[in-house]
Ligand binder design. Structure first.
Ligand code: NAD
Ligand code: IPM
Ligand code: MN
Length: 357
């Protein structure tokens, strides 16, 4: 029997509540489909941990994570610890050190959920492939002349040939095999960013030659944001740099009805290191501790993780049950206009799974 080792980092705020529900869903999937086992390593790394120890994770944190197949993470960051400290102490080093250079973020409207756009589930169904380890998030830069009138902050984007080409190639492959319109839009801004994005476009056009069957298109990211809203039904796959992908996918999550729904997978395609699975949303300090966070994003993320682990039956069961719950509409959290608690939505998904097998 396949046994999967998963490191669990609930993190901060609502991360804890939603991961709790996700784990129970995974366990139910395991019971119902059989054929695999899961071993969890629970890790309390968070802002609370930082306030106690002075670190977001122990010095050998990455070594601890390394011998797991996957990492299931809630959210990192909470008032009391500056965000750049918490994120650069945990989430961002994991993405970088484990070379999770692909961030897959499906933008798909689930049945029963009202999009703020006048569009239905058949109109909103695409994937953003976000570059996840370099670009605007390379962490290079500094502040000079601090405390003087000429104080200057420099934040340098780094786009390497290897890093740019591999994410673009991955997106073309996905567009080819996804079963959609076989089209790929690249988010650019080469009108203003005269080095990074001019380079990005050149690589995109080069790689496009290997995929004559895929319709390739460059769009400036500002225009693309408008296109998301006006013509989502035209979109199949989007490839974007780290920052552009970050912003576009929060926009995408709103199109899906709530950021509480959106899932994401940080993938190291070579499987040399663990991949990490986390909902798109953050720790939501404004609703933390109230038990009303939407767990759908974390549950959908769990489905993506099961799929990655090769447990496609379990992944499908989780997704189907989750969408049956949104379609029915009895158990929805407040962000979707409902009254259900985080736990009630999790329970509803698990009950649905039992009905569906
Ligand atoms: P956020 O996603 O935490 O919250 C934005 C808004 O969406 C809030 O109103 C919140 O209540 C709501 N929301 C988010 N998730 C929800 C859910 N599951 N159900 C219902 N409502 C939900 O973004 P923010 O406020 O910009 O960030 C808060 C903290 O989280 C910051 O420290 C930030 O750096 C961090 N953050 C972490 C991650 C991550 O770890 N992956 C992602 C984004 C933000
Ligand atoms: C996300 C988050 C992170 C990012 C932050 C918390 C560093 O917004 O996963 O989308 O920008 O990647
Ligand atoms: Mn984000």
């Amino acid at each position: 029997m396949n046994k999967h080792r998963i490191a669990v980092i609930p993190g901060d705020g609502i991360g804890v509540d939603v991961i709790n529900e996700g784990i129970k869903v995974i366990d139910t999937a395991k019971e119902l489909t059989g054929g695999f086992d899961v071993e969890y390593t629970h890790l309390p790394w968070s802002c609370e941990y930082y306030l106690k120890t002075g670190r977001m994770m122990p010095e050998d944190g990455l070594d601890i994570l390394k011998d797991h197949e996957a990492i299931y993470l809630g959210a990192v960051g909470f008032p009391g610890v500056p965000d750049h400290i918490s994120l650069w102490g945990l989430l961002l080093p994991i993405r970088k050190e484990f070379d999770e250079y692909i961030n897959l973020r499906p933008i798909k409207l689930l049945k029963g959920i009202q999009s703020p756009l006048r569009k239905g589930p058949e109109d909103i169904d695409f994937v953003v492939v976000r570059e996840n380890v370099e670009g605007e998030y390379s962490g290079a830069g500094g502040i000079v002349h601090q405390g003087t009138p000429s104080e200057t902050a420099i934040q340098t984007s780094i786009f390497t040939r290897v890093g740019t080409e591999r994410v673009i190639r991955y997106a073309f492959e996905l567009a080819r095999k996804r079963g959609g319109k076989k089209s790929l839009i690249s988010a650019t801004k080469s009108n203003a960013l005269n080095y990074s994005m001019v380079f990005w476009d050149r690589v995109f056009n080069e790689v496009a030659k290997d995929y004559p069957d895929v319709t390739a298109r460059l769009m400036h990211v500002d225009a693309l944001a408008g296109y998301f809203i006006l013509k989502p039904e035209q979109i199949d796959v989007v490839v974007a740099s780290n920052l552009f992908g970050d912003i576009l996918t929060d926009l995408g999550s709103a199109m899906q009805g709530s950021i509480g729904i959106a899932p994401s997978a940080n993938i190291n395609p070579e499987k040399k290191y663990p991949s990490m699975f986390e909902p798109v949303h953050g720790s939501a300090p404004d609703i933390a501790g109230k038990g009303i966070a939407n767990p759908i994003g974390a549950i959908w993320t769990a489905s993506m993780m099961l799929d990655f682990l090769g447990e496609s039956d379990a992944a499908r069961l989780v997704f189907k049950a989750m969408e049956a719950v949104t379609e029915e509409g009895t158990y929805l959290t407040a962000d979707l206009g409902g009254k259900a608690t985080t736990q009630q939505v999790g329970e509803a998904v698990r009950n649905k799974m039992r009905q569906l097998v």
